[in-house]
Design a protein around this ligand. Sequence first.
Ligand SMILES: CC(=O)SCCNC(=O)CCNC(=O)[C@H](O)C(C)(C)COP(=O)(O)OP(=O)(O)OC[C@H]1O[C@@H](n2cnc3c(N)ncnc32)[C@H](O)[C@@H]1OP(=O)(O)O
Ligand SMILES: CC(=O)C(=O)O
Length: 520
Amino acid sequence: MQIVEIYDTTLRDGAQSEDVSFSVEDKLRIVQKLDELGLHYIEGGWPGANPKDITFFEEMKKIPLKSSKLVAFGATRKSRNKVSEDPNIKALAEAGTEVVTLFGKSWDLHVTEALGITLKKNLEIISDSIEYLRSQGKRVFYDAEHFFSGYLAKPDYALKTLEAAKRAGAECIILCDTNGGTMPWQLREALEVVQREIGGSLGIHTHNDSEMAVANALTAVEIGVTQVQGTMNGFGERCGNANLCSLLPNLKLKMKINCIADDQLKRLREVSHFVSEIANLPHNKHQPYVGDAAFAHKGGIHVHAVRKNAETYEHVAPSKVGNRQRVLISDNAGKSNLLEKAKEFRINLASDSPHLTEILEQLKEREHQGYQFEGAEGSFELMMKKALGKHKKFFNLVGFRVIVEKRKGSEETFCEATIMVEVGGQVEHTAATGNGPVNALDHALRKALEKFYPALSQVKLLDYKVRVLTASDGTGSKVRVLIESGDGEKNWGTVGVSENIIEASWQALVDSIEYKLLNS
Ligand SMILES: CC(=O)SCCNC(=O)CCNC(=O)[C@H](O)C(C)(C)COP(=O)(O)OP(=O)(O)OC[C@H]1O[C@@H](n2cnc3c(N)ncnc32)[C@H](O)[C@@H]1OP(=O)(O)O
Ligand SMILES: CC(=O)C(=O)O
């Protein structure tokens, strides 16, 4: 069976991604998660490049890894330096890792223009940088930067750089599609020549500038490379690197290459979300395998079939990568979506119930008016329960007033809401302030109701989104308000639509509170 080792560069190339900046603590947390995932190599950073990476490698000397080997990354020596005195090479030698990855130039354009040295000198710096690190007892991987561009421009020279690296003792030569512009068929052609002319252990490092990073990496594996480099969530310079969250399941489930254990693959979604969280970036819900939408079914035809057999619209079982099937509610839904949701909400609803058509029609009509239930399943659950007579009224609104006041141009706007509600014949009259009119109304409503329903004190408003629906009417447009609420155990979304933003917000707030009370 083909052996493929996985090399993660999230902490190095991934950190070259716009908007990503890992602290030392972030890196220490991520490295341990990647270790649990069973990846063979984790590139921790470039010890000669910045104090953060120097500290990281120092800290890592105290942290043993279970499955992975930590790798230090850096460039070949500067042409003007003696290798033993090159600060970058010295930092690599002292980083405390068994394995070092060195990158060097394969493309004559880079040698003459970027480095400003002769082609011969470049071969020398590749050789003596690798030889020196080998003499220091390091295992050396050699990243042939821009190999595919170099091969297209001057194939003989590009191959000579690989020969120099191999002769100097590089254990694995990794061919890099640094600019990410190589097509799979071009990659195949070049790689087959390398296999024939250079041989030995080869790896692949691809960038995603033509959306080919994963396809190119898999093509390379098909041809026989034994090391695949990539990053979690495809983070990386410009458009990113080959996404390990796609590569790992493709290697295991499609190519049957046992690169990590089944149980480790089941943690893929969790680790992918963890890395996004640490990077402080929203997780891409449409990401294959690990995204929230990867196994979410919206079209009625799809849900109808999936209820009978998930394979009808799922290429693999979501559980294999730790994900789950979801059914969405929208005007693309059919009765099957509703039946599935009823099951999820623990509502008894027979497939021949006359209510089914009624709820479906109401759903489509509401969506036509601007409601969107996909992100507001709390409101949809209430709508379903109301249609089935399973809804209970917890309070009656007697009235509310919202005051927004600005006394001087230089002063903050002042917002106050007063509200009168009636619960079981008892009228409660309350006032509250807030940093905006909706916030004040939310505080006043909850203050009024908490006396009757203490569970409401757990509810927090987590997110509030407004979308203008008919922009042509300017400030008189219809708006949709989506609210996300949570009680520490669970989150739920609710929606309101009106020409008046306060009214739309009120609808969504009331749904949020009723949802909590119905489910307490
Ligand atoms: C394809 C890749 O992703 S490679 C990794 C790229 N990652 C990064 O660049 C992130 C970390 N980099 C850094 O922190 C900085 O660029 C440093 C510390 C490495 C260097 O900073 P500086 O010394 O200020 O140089 P600067 O960044 O302006 O230029 C790059 C230098 O590296 C040299 N260089 C580039 N590639 C190589 C190479 N393969 N071998 C040797 N030297 C190289 C350039 O010639 C230039 O040297 P010069 O200043 O003597 O002309
Ligand atoms: C080495 C590397 O990151 C590249 O060539 O893209």
